[in-house]
Design a protein around this ligand. Structure first.
Ligand code: UDX
Length: 438
């Protein structure tokens, strides 16, 4: 099949390269000439394990190409929309202008019988509106909504091996749309991966509901962490113990600095905004609390840093290990780690930030912070070390050797990722969110 993919960010670029693995001929389209240049040359424009290899494999096969020119999408039977839906400036609602522009640009190349497939996370109701626009301008062309659940850091694995397929299809062309999507995902369908075929609204809501659930789970355990701090209980053991109950499960119960990134924070806010427009805002007021709990963790982390630095951050040298919003990613969108680093600096600390992959991105967005290449360099003569993104490199630091670098052996484990016993045995004062001091 010949397929076009509009939008070549984390989602679109990985999707395009994966489609080639499944035997399709794919053209990736993006408005950013630099991104298109990098992708065409086999250079990954972002850090994502396994993506560079997948990209080069696709290019070498001759079945994958990239362009800035939408006209090259002509002749494709399926057109994926994979553009971003960021939070609107100063508002909770999602900014849909990239989706709108992508859909409008496709109108120039669509032919009757083509299928437009939305993958972006959108407010419920968007697909029906776009389907009307497509039907009006190109009678005979169809639209489906097919949300994507990939996690950054696992984008390649999640795209090639999804745990479910969700097709939101129009009632009047259900069988045709499903058949085309089954052809696109043939190797996945053949593996018997669960498939839900439904209407547009349900498909759109599956994505926002899933992300809201995940965010709620994280904020639930972080609320328990607040109580653990008040009572002397241990949130890590609490999570283990409740997680043994199959109905609860241990995944996404890691207490710490909370969630960030380009999805969970903006998706729960956009969901609340959309519920308000639909007159159903009461149904989602709990998400405001989920957001509040999440943001409070960042403030608590700064308080904890002040506490260990004898009550004042002024002039204290603080090393921040981690800038990406999560490990194995260079994404710093709404990064809790950078937010904490900036707050520490505002309170007078001398902050040095390091990250295995996200320093370049961080420097562009937060030029006022000071950066180091390694954990040792960042921690030189530090009064406190904060581990804010749980990269393997930081989890595996040797507390004895690392202790030789710092001025004061004080470590704050923002992700409950370090082995408390080995750090305390090496003479460190260990503090973590939701756990007693070690
Ligand atoms: C998320 C969803 O998982 C994915 O299905 C959706 O498609 C996009 O949004 P992503 O943002 O890449 O994916 O990362 P995820 O692994 O979900 O982590 C999100 C944030 O939650 C990170 O900041 C992470 O550090 C934090 N987190 C996650 C916790 O604080 N505790 C946990 O137990 C799990």
């Amino acid at each position: 099949m010949r397929i076009s993919v509009v939008g070549c960010g984390y989602l679109g670029a990985v999707h395009a390269a994966s489609l080639v693995e499944w035997g399709h001929e794919v053209i990736g389209i993006d408005v950013d000439p630099r991104k298109v240049g990098d992708l065409s040359a086999g250079r990954a424009p972002f850090f994502e394990p396994g993506f560079a290899e997948l990209l080069r494999h696709g290019l070498a096969s001759g079945q994958l190409s990239f362009t800035t020119d939408i006209v090259e999408a002509a002749g494709s039977a399926v057109h994926f929309i994979c553009v971003g839906t960021p939070q609107q400036h100063g508002e909770y609602a999602a900014d849909l202008h990239f989706v709108q522009e992508a859909a409008e640009s496709l109108l120039r190349v669509l032919e009757p019988g083509d299928l437009v497939v939305g993958k972006s996370t959108v407010p419920v109701g968007t697909a029906a509106r776009l389907a009307d626009m497509v039907a009006e301008k190109v009678p005979g062309a169809l639209l489906a909504w097919n949300p994507e659940f990939l996690r950054e850091g696992f984008a390649v694995q999640d795209t090639l091996h999804p745990d479910r397929l969700v097709y939101g299809v129009p009632d009047h062309a259900r069988a045709d749309s499903e058949r085309v999507l089954d052809e696109v995902y043939a190797p996945v369908v053949a593996r018997g991966v669960p498939k839900v075929v439904t209407d547009y609204a349900t498909a759109e809501m599956v994505k926002t509901a899933a992300n809201s659930f995940l965010a709620t789970k994280i904020s639930f355990i972080n609320a328990m962490a607040e109580l653990c701090e008040a009572t002397g209980a241990d949130v890590k053991l609490l999570a283990d113990a409740i997680g043994y109950d199959d109905r609860i499960g241990r995944k996404f119960l890691n207490a710490g600095l909370g969630f960030g990134g380009g999805c969970l924070p903006k998706d729960i806010r956009a969901f609340m905004a959309r519920a308000g427009e639909l007159g159903a805002d009461q149904a989602l007021t709990f998400l405001r609390e989920v957001d509040n709990i999440n943001m409070r963790r960042r403030i608590r982390m700064v308080e904890l840093a002040r506490e260990v630095c004898d009550g004042s951050l002024l002039g204290k040298r603080v090393a921040v290990l981690g800038a990406a919003f999560k490990p194995d990613s260079d994404d710093i969108r709404d990064s809790p780690a950078l937010n904490v680093a900036a707050q520490l600096q505002l309170q007078g600390a001398v902050v040095r930030v390091t990250d295995p992959a996200a320093v370049d991105n961080s420097r562009k967005l937060w030029p006022q912070l000071d950066y180091a290449d390694t954990a040792e360099e960042a921690a030189e003569r530090a009064d406190a070390v904060l581990v804010l993104t749980e990269w393997k490199q930081y989890r595996e630091l040797d507390p004895v050797a690392f202790g030789g670098v710092v001025a004061q052996r004080r470590v704050l484990d923002g992700r409950n990722a370090l082995d408390r016993d080995s750090w305390t045995a090496a003479g460190w004062t260990y503090r973590a969110l939701g756990r007693r001091a070690g």
